[in-house]
Design a binder for this molecule. Structure first.
Ligand SMILES: [Zn+2]
Length: 366
């Protein structure tokens, strides 16, 4: 027993030392300025990180993790019945106010027309949950609709994956440091997950990130034509923004967040959205507590839109997964798995999915 205790303390000391020497893990205020933190704060944060790493390591000893680079949901847990609640438009004020926008928030069309058609936005370290992100040097682009009938809403379109070396860094699954309540790409019970996964590969060898991008570009054009402003997270092979950074951008610069993915199964099983699991502790954690119903409303609207557009749907169209995205979302937010490795991703198939998404967005915002 004495020997066991010695080994335990030695390992903990090792983790503490590593944490003090490498303080940049997401649990610390990595994105904030550290100039005004005291030595006590640093030691406290290092100890906290050491404990998190230690227990994560212990957990990894006792659980067989799925492939760490895989963010897909190949074998989802039991799908819950589609909720009976119907879509309700959000009550928030109509037009998004992104802090990166130029000044002069004057209402009215004359001021609106002075805004540029496109705008590059940088990540801000003072945004809520920004300090939990590990990768955030990339920027995003806001496109303002030039359609005659503008909706006054901004939709964040997030092409899944496409962050070089994103799977070599880790972030907290939940802002309160609690463990994941369901499996998925990262096992249930994990405290940390890869900052952003590399994604899967279509059966013909094409990377998922390339396929989600082509879909995102289609969705962008259709949303702009329909009068929505669009916040594009990624428009090339690589954007240095992890899942938390992408979510924080959506929280601050958009009215809703739609992440696009293809699942890692191979049987072309159909589209589904990831719902917030019905686990009390998780649904009582902020910001999930205040927003999970809005996530469901958006998910159901997109699902119905896809159905109406003739897209194949997987079972009920909803699978409950505890995701980093929804664990940090403060605007209606959905991970949409539009197909899988075996799905047709040609222009016609993706066009149908994009039409379904626009229908869903229209229904959601009324
Ligand atoms: Zn994916």
């Amino acid at each position: 027993m004495k020997r066991f205790l010695s080994v335990f303390l030695a390992i903990l000391l090792l983790f503490t030392t590593v944490s003090i020497l490498t303080p940049g893990v997401s649990a610390t205020a990595a994105a904030g300025d550290s100039s005004n933190t005291t030595v006590f704060d640093r030691v406290t944060q290092s100890l906290r990180t050491a404990f998190l790493r230690f227990f994560e390591w212990l957990r990894s000893l006792f659980s067989r993790k799925t492939a760490p680079e895989e963010i897909e949901i190949d074998t989802p847990p039991e799908t819950s019945a589609a909720p009976t609640t119907t879509t309700a438009p959000p009550e928030s004020d109509p037009s998004v106010i992104c802090d990166s926008r130029p000044s002069d928030p004057t209402e009215g069309t004359s001021a609106e027309t002075t805004l540029p058609a496109t705008e590059t936005l940088a990540f801000r370290a003072d945004w809520e949950y920004a300090s939990f992100s590990a990768i955030h040097t990339g920027s995003v682009t806001l496109y303002r609709s030039q359609a005659a009938q503008r909706k006054g809403r901004t939709v964040c379109v997030n092409a899944g994956h496409g962050t070089k070396d994103g799977d070599t860094q880790f972030t907290l699954c939940h802002p309160d440091g609690s463990p994941k309540v369901t499996g998925g790409s990262t096992a249930a019970g994990a405290i940390q997950a890869t900052a952003v996964g590399g994604g899967t590969t279509m059966l013909d060898g094409t990377p998922e990130a390339q396929v989600t991008l082509s879909l995102a570009l289609l969705v962008k054009e259709k949303l702009l034509a329909a009068g929505y402003d669009v916040l594009m997270i990624r428009e090339s092979d690589d954007v240095q923004l992890d899942n938390i950074a992408r979510t924080v951008f959506a929280n601050n610069c958009a009215d809703c967040h739609i992440a696009l993915h293809y699942d890692s199964s191979t049987n072309d099983k159909g589209l589904f959205y990831c719902g917030v699991p019905d686990v009390e502790s998780y649904r009582n954690m902020e910001p999930v507590k205040s927003h999970f119903e809005a996530h469901t409303a958006l998910g159901e609207a997109l699902l119905q839109g896809a159905r109406d557009a003739g897209v194949k749907i997987y079972r009920t169209g909803r699978t409950d997964i505890d995701l980093t995205q929804t664990s940090y979302s403060t605007v209606p937010s959905v991970d949409l798995e539009v197909g899988d490795r075996g799905s047709d991703y040609g222009a016609a198939a993706q066009g149908k999915i994009a039409d379904g998404i626009v229908r869903g967005v229209n229904a959601f915002f009324g």
